[in-house]
Ligand binder design. Structure first.
Ligand code: NAP
Length: 235
């Protein structure tokens, strides 16, 4: 059995991915700020802190062996007019969404290189295609994640490691519902559904299905791709 780590696996898309990979037969550990207490495979770590990431991944290795699958789903959004955006706001969103990905990939890479096999999937955002007002920090960070994905795919391909990104569209998660409640969606959920060619909201399972494919052995020829899952929007 292969061991997979999913950051942000306690909620929303990450939770859906962790469930899917468990059903597919992987050992799965999750890394979160607030992991569920009753889950022996849920670890506490702030992905912006390399020491916390290293400690959590060492604990995962001790229990489940080398980590050869990594899905980066931990994410933080933010809403602020750019004119009013403080550097601290900018920095925190970049830190979680971009530097968090740097830290986790660096920490698991030795396992993948030793194994001569690895799968990395980074959850970015469809806002990297469309742009998004009041989210300059978030769109900049997620766009950088897409770039990082492409660069690493070229660097790590010869070592048997694929690196892909999945930018989700409009997915029903606590993050989205929080934004709905705060009136930050730019319309109702129904408005967004009407703007989506397949006329429904996406689910964590939609993202998980794509991740499952990208992680499979069948996808060994797929790397460096930004694989949109968005019901036809922002393609
Ligand atoms: P979510 O339900 O809020 O889940 C995000 C998870 O990441 C939460 O468990 C959160 O913990 C964790 N997290 C946040 N900061 C962290 C940190 N510094 N260290 C460790 N864990 C941290 O959001 P989601 O909608 O599932 O989003 C998952 C990913 O998809 C994110 O990267 C998001 O940007 C991306 N995305 C989502 C959508 C969408 O429509 N939902 C669209 C495009 C992209 P806490 O809850 O404790 O903070």
């Amino acid at each position: 059995m292969k061991t997979a780590v999913v950051t942000g696996g306690a909620s929303g898309i990450g939770l859906g991915i962790a469930e899917r990979l468990r059903n597919d037969g992987f050992h799965v550990a999750t890394l979160d700020l607030n992991p569920p207490e009753d889950d022996d495979f849920a670890y506490r770590a702030d992905v912006t802190d390399p020491a916390q990431v290293a400690a959590a991944l060492d604990a995962v290795r001790a229990k489940l062996g080398p980590i050869t699958v990594l899905v980066n789903s931990a994410g933080l959004d933010g809403f602020q007019r750019f004119k009013k955006m403080s550097f601290e706001q900018w920095q925190r969103v970049i830190d979680v969404n971009l530097h968090g990905v740097f830290h986790t990939i660096q920490a698991v890479l030795p396992d993948m290189l030793d194994a001569g096999w690895g799968r990395i999937v980074n959850i970015s955002s469809s806002s990297t295609h469309s742009g998004q007002p009041f989210m300059a920090h978030y769109v900049a960070a997620k766009s950088a994640v897409n770039g990082l994905t492409k660069a690493l795919a070229l660097e790590l391909g010869p070592s048997g490691i694929t690196v892909n990104a999945v930018p989700p569209g409009f997915i029903d998660t606590p993050m989205l519902r929080k934004n709905e409640q705060a009136g930050r969606l730019g319309g109702t959920v129904e408005d967004h559904i009407q703007r989506t060619p397949v006329r429904r909201i996406g689910t964590p399972a939609d993202i998980a299905a794509t991740c499952a494919f990208l992680i499979s052995d069948e996808a060994s020829y797929v790397t460096g791709q930004i694989f949109g899952v968005n019901g036809g929007r922002n393609t």
